[in-house]
Design a protein around this ligand. Sequence first.
Ligand SMILES: [Zn+2]
Ligand SMILES: [Zn+2]
Length: 849
Amino acid sequence: MPEIEKNETQGRYFPAEIEPKWQARWDADPALYAAEPHSSGKPKFYCLEMLPYPSGQLHIGHVRNYAIGDALARFMWMRGYNVLHPMGWDAFGLPAENAALKNNTPPREWTLKNIAQMKVQMRQLGLSYDWAGTEVTTCLPDYYRWNQWFFLKMVEKGLAYRKSSKVNWCPDCATVLANEQVVGGCCWRHEDTIVEQRELEQWFLRITKYADELLDGLDKMPGWPEKVRTMQRNWIGRSEGAHVDFRVAAMANTPAITVFTTRVDTIFGATSIQLAPEHALVKEWVKTDAALAASVDEMIAQQKAARETGDIGNIEKHGVSTGKHAVNPFNGEMLPIWVANYILADYGTGAIMSVPAHDERDFEFATKYGLPIKRVIAPNLDTDELPLPYTGEEEAVLVDSGEWTGEACLEAQDKMANFAEEHGFGKKTTTYRLKDWGVSRQRYWGTPIPMIYCPEHGVVPVPEKDLPVLLPEKIEITQEGGSPLGKVPEFVNTTCPICGGPARRETDTMDTFVDSSWYFYRYTDAKNSTAPFDSEKANYWFPIDQYIGGVEHAILHLIYSRFWTKVMRDLGLINNDEPAERLFTQGMVIKDGAKMSKSKGNVVSPDDMISRYGTDATRMYALFAAPPDRDLEWQEEGVAGVSRFVARVYRLTSKFAPVVLQVEKGTHGDEIANVAFAAQTPAGEKLIRTLHQTIAKITEDFSGRWHFNTCIAAIMILVNEIQSAEAAMDSGEISPATIAEIFKTLVLLLAPFAPFVAAELWEQMGGTGVLFRQSWPVADAELARESEIEIPVQINGKLVVVVKIAADSDEEAMKTAAMAEEKVTTRIEGKTVVKTIVVKGKMVNLVVK
Ligand SMILES: [Zn+2]
Ligand SMILES: [Zn+2]
């Protein structure tokens, strides 16, 4: 670590002295970052960063996330907004249990200790959170009781239900995973652990009830990144189509096979029916057909293997004929019924009609097994030669399709589905990829599900007045044998709320994504002990004006919290349909080209950076090194460079602070307000111009593009100019009033990015009050305007010369200036100017013959 030696030279920058001094002052004022009452009359701004999991250590990715939010919150305060800037802890979850196993520390103790450590780090970073007013810790009963309360409301509304189902099981987590938590067949937390399928009784939340609204809402969210909306659209996976029933031939008592198809218009081209190996009919038929049973078992094994490698879409296709036939209800044709390993029982109806002429997958299968291929659609009726499979639908028409021949495909899809419905063998249907949200987890460190099992009354909800169902604190955590809570008799054994007889509690806890689905509502009223929050408060602050977090939450947290918002709206708790007006997903911080990880040894510690370069330089670097939506390659030399820049700002500002003080006191005679009109030297004028250009750039960027990297670059350019004008400031060539204007504004511009040094310099210049409550400087367009601009002059579209003219020159003046250039006059000599095109402020083009 480089030794920073303190000497007495004035103007040397010592972040290790400045930063703790200001942090202590800020800590002493718990109301410093508090939101104002709704009656303040100011416009509101809810600035939110995703809350962290309390692992115990902030990583540098957190620093980037919070630096963005903090800069925005400070900027909005300076713009006169009433800002809510909260923080909390997503404190339930598996790592606490794993730590308990490893270190024999109770999860609660481990978690609270980590929170305390991280809070120290966050304060060190100077982040402007209203801890006193908003802090939410999801593992504490004052929060999770409301998870339970919402759960009961959902039970009441039929939105929470229990069923036995096949679930994803991670043997390492020893718990169920949601579909969203299975990545390529493996656990999202254990990249190398293959997820198994198990049959369990589970609690589900009926998110599918909102599937259409969740999908359609995405079109009305222009403030969300398109990539996130696309990911959510795909995840919901709505497909419009039809169910069609195929009767099984010569088996009167067998139920018809229902297939789902998005292309009912191709039904005359169906040449077989394909069933999933686990389809109910197949299960029947294998009982009396040993050969079929053997093939089916093999296919089930193949599916399991493919599922486990996450490659089910690319499974090598196999099938076997059942020897039975189904009847195409549109034309009475007999179609052979096959069982195929690429059809999944839990997708659609587990049965498809195979149309090899018009589907890639069916074509491949039919070719392999020699099934007929029958063309029934074509670009037009006269098409003879057509390479198959042909899958067009927009321009295509039906051929060889009986009475439907000649119909356009898209219209036929509609009409044929209606026809099926009228004749009782099908209907229009929409299917979704989205499944209901399984929330049961066989873990200890989560919200207990507030349900009771009575031998007499079955499943009984815990009465609201008995909430919260507290997590027992004394518990031995092991990794086997189901839910840890099941081994705590004081927890499990209870009485039935209806009959008072002995009963058992549910021992599963809720998925921790429940906690983060509504935490940001709780921030608006974090101390409420009688309701999750006060509706009036939530309605004042919502929707969130700016939500900032990682794109990895695009389909888990961000779909669940949209769902939760809609449920709360339907419960009458809030008015908004969506949680956040704008979403920003910042890029990752990487090192040596790779994601940071302990195993790669490329982890950058924020504490290290802060002790070497100070918080301001570390935060500013996180914003400066890349546009915030891109990945950032962390380079320590970069932080050092920003630190040198801050030191330069510090030296210059400290040096001229006495001048600013004198001007403020009026001892210099000329007033700040007169800067614009005072007789300016060219040097002063140039500085003021750059200053106002910088204000304009930063202001604009905050409200739109968020290219903080170029904002900070603009401040660096400004500081370079100030430095080159240092002699002119020393000599009096630049007036004291101008100097005061320059430095006061510079410090205001730095406040969102480097709050410590900005506060220090503000104080040195005699500034009073809290810096980030000062008004943000306003760019004066007149002062920002360049006095001269460069205009390219073209002859017949070819650049001839560039002329410098007054920035406000009109078309006539531009033309005159162009025609006066020698390079122009010599080229048009003896020729005729047939046309002169002048674009004001941009260019002059002469058309010459
Ligand atoms: Zn796992
Ligand atoms: Zn009972």
